[in-house]
Design a protein around this ligand. Structure first.
Ligand code: RIB
Ligand code: CA
Length: 313
């Protein structure tokens, strides 16, 4: 029985690869819907990008919704400097034929969790947590119905990528993250401590390009564009592929290692706003609310990506 998931996302080239990995794994994952959130670029563009990626995959019947267009309290901060003006620079993807659903993405999340049997839907968060935070505030009854949240965000040992303390997804909407991390829903967190070791080096980009399908070529073009910023910033051989780790964890959790710890979100300080304060050594006695992933097997991760993306259009 495939695991039912909702993907909440701000595509974003790495989000796109995560969506493709999910759509290339129908035996294990049933994508109930994709919800766009403001983040890498504005909501409208992120939603259009999600439609383009679904079309690229060749998979039919995947509904795409537009969710929140700004964080719960703060003004939106975007990342065109990383992802390009379109948010999906690199390949020249055609305008999608599929239309967005008319229902608001937050209401789709609420209605789906109320409709599906409890604890059978996993929320995969690949961007700022605004939609999840808004859904939990608008409809607290859905919180105990969520099976698990698997999210890309935060960090400890690798520091931040937006400020010295904060990773982008949490930085953009710390208040929404605070709602989510305090919700009591089982959370698995994929931080920079994992994604910084999932590097799309030149050899791997070529493997995507030569998969033999349009998905592989587009993925290579997305990675070549998206990785240039981090390669220059960090001096690594390749850029970190953050969001696909969320889907890879659902498909092959044995690729990753971590432990349950307390994670609390900084929302007050200007200096450290959006920091995930990870009590790795259990010095506070605070509730261990997060399965915090600390490391992953990059070879196994990319082999999974090559295998599944090769099955798409
Ligand atoms: O910090 C990395 C995260 O921010 C990824 O989800 C990337 O897509 C951007 O949203
Ligand atoms: Ca993202």
């Amino acid at each position: 029985m495939p695991r039912k998931i909702i993907i909440d996302t701000d595509p974003g080239q790495d989000d796109a690869v995560a969506i493709l990995l999910a759509l290339g794994s129908p035996a294990e994952l049933d994508v109930l819907g994709i919800v766009a959130v403001a983040g890498n670029v504005g909501l409208k563009q992120n939603a259009q990008n999600a439609l383009k990626v679904v079309e690229l995959s060749g998979v039919a019947g995947v509904k795409v919704y537009a969710g929140s267009e700004r964080p719960m309290r703060r003004t939106l901060v975007t990342a065109e400097y990383v992802h390009g003006k379109s948010g999906l620079d690199g390949p020249d993807l055609p305008e999608p034929r599929q239309q967005l659903e008319t229902q608001h993405g937050v209401d789709f999340i609420i209605d789906t969790l109320r409709r599906e049997p409890e604890k059978t839907v996993t929320l995969c968060a690949l961007g700022p947590l605004t939609n999840l935070g808004m859904a939990f505030v608008k409809a607290p009854d859905i919180v105990p119905r969520v099976q698990e949240i698997v999210l890309m965000g935060g960090g400890l040992f690798e520091g931040g990528n937006t400020t010295p303390a904060a990773e982008f997804n949490i930085y953009v909407d710390p208040e929404a993250a605070d709602v989510v991390f305090h919700s009591g829903v089982p959370i698995t967190q994929v931080p920079l401590d994992v994604s910084h070791f999932m590097l799309g080096n030149a050899e791997r980009v070529e493997r995507f390009r030569t998969l033999g399908n349009r998905t592989g070529v587009a993925t290579a073009e997305m990675l070549e564009f998206f990785e240039r910023f981090d390669e220059a910033k960090y001096g690594w051989d390749g850029g970190p592929l953050h969001d696909p780790c969320v889907i890879a964890y659902l498909l092959k959790p044995e690729l990753f290692q971590g432990k349950h710890v307390n994670v609390t979100i900084e929302t007050q300080s200007d200096l450290t706003r959006g920091m995930t304060v990870v009590d790795w050594w259990g010095v506070t006695g605070r509730v261990k609310n997060v399965n915090y992933l600390r490391s992953g097997n990059d070879t196994g991760f990319f082999d999974l990506l090559f295998e599944r993306l090769a099955t798409l259009a």
